[in-house]
Design a protein around this ligand. Structure first.
Ligand code: DP6
Length: 342
């Protein structure tokens, strides 16, 4: 028999940043993180997984190109899903969930890969979700996605999502949890300013490793700053307090990049254009007399802005002035909003 499952998973952008592992193999973080999962129609991964008695080996195609399935992370995810099938005995039983069967994976993103746009987060979340559907694995699965890429565990859920650090050595208490659904704050919008779609110069896995080994400022984060900010952030989200949400988001982004600069040798993800966006956002907030828009940057130069629906036209007007949407090739453009609001 042939069976195939197709799923999509959106990108998530952290407002409290994950940067640093306490266990490399299991991908366990040094601190909690919190993100907003973008809408299904925006930046997303789409993955199909299938098994057939004709398949003689596991194979995978990413954005139209065949890639090896032998990477440690793909193997970790496949092994963990198959282990759970054997352990629990998936519904249906028998042939349908025969874990010795080979699978084919076909996945594509609708945005640039590895440009610091959380493509691995959406990709692994989507792969794990599809595999679990195919094999009938139920229950908590964000901890399987975590073993593909840390930030991927947060893309298993929509809305506002917390990834708990956990205390246990085996990582079973380090999974993602929805703090509030998207509908809790319907006015929230995100804008992605693509400064560059080039591959990042230091990958996040390697970058955070060097940070943990060399940065003194990193200890300051782990010692309590991040947990306090996480509590404050959850409170701001629950109260729909945008100025507080925005301020913590910007301070977190700035501290992540300060920690990168404190890494030895230093890591630079933000460029002159990124910094221009930072200044522009602060200028807009000054002019408007309140915090109306926040920026956040991950392991790349691209900005994610958070703002409320009512402020989109004003902010878009200014952004368009500085970053005309016509210039797409290598130049900044803006995406991430429902089409009728762009
Ligand atoms: C800056 O999840 O890509 O985006 O676990 O090694 O795969 P690995 O790292 P990854 O790191 C993401 C780092 C970040 C911040 C965040 O998303 O919280």
């Amino acid at each position: 028999t042939f069976r195939c499952v197709t799923c999509t998973a959106p990108v998530n952008i952290a407002v409290i940043k994950y940067w640093g592992k306490r266990n490399e193999k299991l991908i366990l973080p040094t601190n909690p993180s919190l993100s907003v999962t973008l809408g299904q129609d925006e930046l997303r991964a789409k993955t199909s997984v299938a098994f057939s008695s004709k398949y003689t080996e596991d194979r995978m195609w990413l954005n139209g190109k065949e890639e090896s399935v032998s990477s440690q992370r793909i193997q970790n995810v496949l092994k963990e899903v198959r282990r759970r099938v054997r352990k629990r005995g998936a519904p249906g039983g028998g042939n349908e969930v025969d874990t010795s069967r080979h699978i084919h994976i076909v996945s594509e993103n609708n945005f640039p890969t590895a440009a610091g746009l959380a493509s691995s987060a959406a990709g692994y979340a989507c792969l794990v979700y599809s595999l679990c559907k195919l094999y009938g694995v139920q229950g908590e699965i964000s901890d399987i996605a975590r073993q593909g890429s840390g930030s991927a565990c947060r893309s298993i859920y929509g809305g506002y999502v917390l990834w708990k650090t956990g205390d246990l050595m085996d990582g079973t208490d380090s999974f993602a949890e929805q703090v509030a659904p998207e509908s809790h704050w319907p006015e929230m919008r995100s804008l992605i300013c693509v400064v560059s779609d080039q591959k990042k110069h230091v990958g996040s896995t390697e970058g955070m490793q060097t940070t943990v080994l060399t940065s003194e400022l990193m200890q300051h984060r782990v010692d309590g700053v991040v947990s306090q900010r996480t509590d404050d952030m959850i409170e701001a989200i629950m109260a729909r307090d945008f100025p507080t949400f925005a301020k913590i988001t910007m301070q977190e982004s700035n501290q992540l990049h300060a920690v990168c600069l404190d890494t030895y040798p230093p890591i630079f993800y933000m460029t002159d254009t990124s910094r221009l966006i930072v200044r522009l956002v602060h200028a807009i907030n000054d002019v408007l007399g309140d915090i109306k828009v926040a920026y956040t940057f991950d392991a790349g130069p691209n900005a994610c802005l958070y703002l409320l629906k009512e402020d989109v036209p004003r902010v878009m007007g200014l952004l368009r002035h500085f970053f005309p949407p016509a210039q797409r090739n290598g130049e900044p453009f803006v995406t991430g909003l429902p089409v009728d609001e762009l």
